[in-house]
Design a protein around this ligand. Structure first.
Ligand code: GDP
Length: 313
């Protein structure tokens, strides 16, 4: 069975890999990618949206395969000049990347919503499927480490995710309204599946589910909800997911991620090395290779996720 809209929830790097795979197997109007904006921040007077940009660059073929973040063929004149003036240079902004933040900031200040800006950038970058922020309102992930609360990018980039996490909060979540098209997609007919990409469950998917009404709308959308585990063999492929789970008192396993999503999930896709780990879960499990290195891997895993969802319809 196929056809119908697929809503994919995504953070940055891990999520963008599967989102790219999904974009290669679905017609453009059958994929809606919901991006985490909890990582967004204001820096050097600019509005920076790391997960939206990672997704956009990946889907536009502009991503940097060497760094895993930012744009390919990047130059760094701005950063070098800024550093020479004694400016803050802990958050690396390449020249090409900078243009996106400058233009976005201008447009937001002129009154456009983040959804409008993102949609127009997507069109100009030749991206087919829609990428939408989970909310157009301000929601910021904050982390409590020993010593107090810090902004997400302070922890993640400036402190290189070294401090132990004690608590996570989503500032502004209470008043944030879900992006209207996401709600319409979840509540309207014609939904094929919701796919939770292999993103960090706490700081990438967590903020999306913290937007009032979104978790509930997903739970009652009437279509299968499947997730791909971001943990392979007790480790994160990249980033602090496993470390964070341990710090928060959880085991760094695929099973623990599934328990975190709880009754939201109908199906769960885990790596072949984790088949035994998830044996006790009351969920439809699909075991498959989930490490996405090549485009072929991304496409193959996208097909696995869609097949797993379709089998639940
Ligand atoms: P961020 O916002 O840039 O941190 O990106 P995400 O939250 O979307 O992705 C981070 C997560 O992606 C980490 O938990 C990684 O383990 C996971 N990840 C990255 N690459 C892969 C992959 O190829 N396969 C799977 N299964 N997970 C991956």
């Amino acid at each position: 069975m196929s056809g119908g809209l697929v809503v994919a929830l995504s953070g940055g790097v891990g999520g963008a890999k599967l989102a790219l795979g999904l974009s290669r197997v679905l017609p453009v109007d059958e994929l809606l990618i919901v991006a985490n904006t909890g990582d967004d921040f204001e820096h050097l007077g600019l509005s920076i949206c790391p997960d939206i940009d990672t997704l956009s660059y990946a889907l536009a073929g502009l991503d940097n395969p060497v760094t895993g973040w930012g744009r390919r063929d990047e130059t760094w004149s701005f950063m070098e000049s800024l550093a020479a003036l004694g400016g803050e240079d802990w958050f690396r902004l390449g020249d090409r990347d900078l243009a996106v933040h400058v233009e976005r900031t201008q447009r937001l200040r002129a009154g456009q919503t983040l959804s409008q800006v993102t949609a127009d950038f997507s069109r100009r970058l030749g991206i087919g499927p829609r990428i939408v922020p989970m909310t157009d309102d301000r929601l910021r992930t904050r982390l409590r480490i020993d010593g107090g609360w810090v902004d997400f990018q302070d922890y993640f980039v400036r402190q290189q995710a070294r401090p132990a996490i004690r608590e996570i909060a989503f500032e502004g979540a209470v008043g944030a309204r879900p992006q209207p098209d996401v709600m319409a997609a979840l509540k309207g007919g014609g939904l094929r599946a919701v796919v939770i990409c292999p993103s960090n469950p706490f700081i990438s998917i967590g903020p999306i589910l913290a937007v009032p009404g979104l978790r509930d709308a997903i739970a009652h959308c009437g279509a299968p909800v499947v997730a791909v585990s971001p943990i392979i063999g007790g480790r994160a492929v990249k980033g602090p997911t496993a470390k964070m789970m341990t710090e928060l008192g959880l085991e760094a396993t695929s099973a623990a991620v599934a328990r975190r999503y709880g009754d939201l999930l109908d199906g769960y896709i885990v790596d072949t090395v984790d088949a035994d780990d998830v044996a006790g879960l009351d969920l439809k499990i699909t075991v498959a290779p989930t490490l996405m290195t090549s485009l072929e891997d991304k496409v193959a895993l996208a097909r696995v996720a869609l097949a797993a969802a379709d089998a639940l319809r």
